[in-house]
Design a protein around this ligand. Structure first.
Ligand code: ZN
Length: 502
């Protein structure tokens, strides 16, 4: 009884208020003003859509609303669930088909070792008789499914030629495919998932770096990206020749060959799209010693001097929750400053940092202090309020990898992915796919679909995300201007064609 009286007392002024139309109008005005004050802060606040863009936006928004209503009615929202349960469904939606056609600009966060197509990898392995696969239970040295080319009789115990395995195990290609990709079976803590993730890198490393295969692998990976509307690719990889062949099983091939392979792959793409560009960000592993990283930085600086158009920056990769902190390497990075002056060369940092759920993983402080140009992931940036402001002030772009974060177990529901909030706080972000080969999908459209739905974006946001990927690319000012002009032309064509074919 007491409760009812109290409730009535609380409601009384509200009821009185809502009975007065003018008061309510005033209330709505205040509400709208609050909303406008927020949207003025959004990362895409300055985007003004043309008439055609607005028309396309309306078509897409209506399609998006229908899908969202459907998901709400069926209590199944794909971006909040396991990606693999919905992959086929996503492909069948009109929004996905539109996004596949969308000129996306650049992909700024992509590991060369996992950029391609797992099906192609398996087929190519089957067609390469000297390729051997370790087909015993994993141990401290090898993992089951690990591939490497050997001359007949040279393979270590446990490695068997693909032809032999194919004849003996009818499902061998399928089993191999499953060993190099994730599927719905991945539903564990991020630390466990990383364990499996690193095993897959071990399986494919010596397949990708086999001299007769690497150029084809690269071409196949770039074809996939170009078909998905990507015109600029930045590969995270060590800038050295990691290739080996049967005559040079330990590698040691000159770096020129590696650079020529990149050059040929670029040339091949430019024949199809003259605006296509490709750059490399040299990577090493964050768990290595200070001495090893210093040696590697010195070598990267030399490579940068030799190949300034190719090598654009430096990064350390691998699991943050289990690797060395960025602070551990800070002294080494500080030495890079004087080395740059001495060698008259600039090797900017593009650091992977903040790929963690933990508030105590504070690597982003170091990334920002060390002057990183962009941040790979920046997932836990939301935990550091002052750093968000620093990121904005220093015009640092966050390379967001939505599906990677979900698949690697950092969060389940993409609606609450922190980058949705970064965009609303005016932080520049781009969308990338990180390791799509292992995640068993190709291109960037799945990631765009997921954030378009999960963050309820519109065409202005999509446009700004694509534009960011070129504005924050590791391109010279001249290259950037050309890239943006080419992209803008493609974008306008995309808008007109999509409306015409709707
Ligand atoms: Zn990465």
């Amino acid at each position: 009884m007491k409760k009812i009286v109290l409730t009535a007392l609380y409601l009384f002024p509200i009821l009185l208020f809502s009975q007065t139309d003018t008061d309510f109008e005033q209330y709505l005005k205040q509400r709208n003003a609050l909303m406008s004050a927020d949207s003025a802060l959004y990362f895409d606040a300055k985007v003004k859509l043309s008439k055609s863009e607005e028309a396309l936006n309306q078509l897409m928004r209506s399609e998006q609303k229908q899908l969202l209503d459907h998901y709400k009615n069926t209590h199944f929202f794909p971006p909040a669930r396991d990606f693999y349960q919905s992959k086929k469904h996503i492909e069948g939606t009109k929004i996905f088909q539109v996004l596949q056609q969308m000129p996306k600009g650049g992909i700024l966060h992509l590991h060369q070792l996992a950029m391609g197509d797992a099906q192609w990898v398996v087929e190519k392995a089957m067609a390469t008789p000297e390729m051997h696969v370790y087909w015993k239970e994993s141990n401290d040295t090898y993992v089951k499914g690990q591939m490497r080319a050997y001359s007949s009789g040279d393979a270590p115990e446990g490695f068997r030629p693909v032809g032999e395995l194919k004849a003996e195990v009818p499902s061998f290609p399928t089993q191999l495919y499953r060993l190099i990709t994730f599927d719905e079976g991945i539903d564990r803590d991020s630390v466990d998932i990383w364990y499996e993730f690193e095993a897959i890198f071990q399986r494919i490393y010596s397949f990708v770096s086999y001299r007769p295969i690497f150029p084809e692998y690269l071409n196949r990976g770039l074809d996939i990206l170009a078909q998905d509307g990507i015109q600029h690719v930045e590969l995270r990889m060590p800038f050295r020749n990691r290739m080996y062949d049967l005559e040079h099983p330990d590698g040691g091939l000159p770096v020129q060959e590696f650079a020529q392979t990149l050059e040929r792959a670029l040339h091949r793409q430019r024949e199809k799209d003259p605006a296509f560009t490709m750059k490399v960000i040299h990577t090493n592993l964050r768990f290595k010693s200070n001495a090893m990283i210093w040696e590697d930085i010195q070598s990267a600086v030399s490579m940068k001097k030799r190949y300034p158009d190719w090598l654009k920056g430096y990064d350390l990769v691998a699991e943050e929750d289990n690797g060395e902190a960025t602070l551990f390497h800070a002294k080494t990075f500080l030495r890079l400053d004087s080395l740059e002056k001495e060698r008259k060369v600039n090797l900017p940092l593009y650091l992977h940092d903040g790929e963690s759920d933990w508030a105590s993983i504070a690597n982003l402080y170091d990334a920002i202090l060390l002057g990183t140009r962009r941040i790979g992931h920046g997932f836990n940036l939301f935990r550091f309020p002052n750093l968000i402001e620093q990121v904005k002030r220093n015009n640092i772009c966050i390379e967001v990898n939505p599906l990677s974060n979900q698949i690697l177990g950092y969060l389940r529901d993409l609606r609450i992915h922190p980058a949705g909030t970064y965009l609303r706080r005016g932080v520049d972000c781009t969308i990338s796919s990180d390791d799509p080969l292992i995640f068993d999908y190709q291109g960037l459209s799945y990631d765009f679909w997921s954030v378009y739905m999960a963050w309820e974006l519109d065409l202005a946001a999509l446009k700004q995300l694509c534009r960011n990927s070129l504005e924050h690319a590791a391109l010279s000012e001249e290259e950037k201007t050309e890239a943006l002009a080419a992209w803008e032309e493609k974008w306008n064509q995309f808008v007109e064609q999509t409306i015409a074919n709707w």
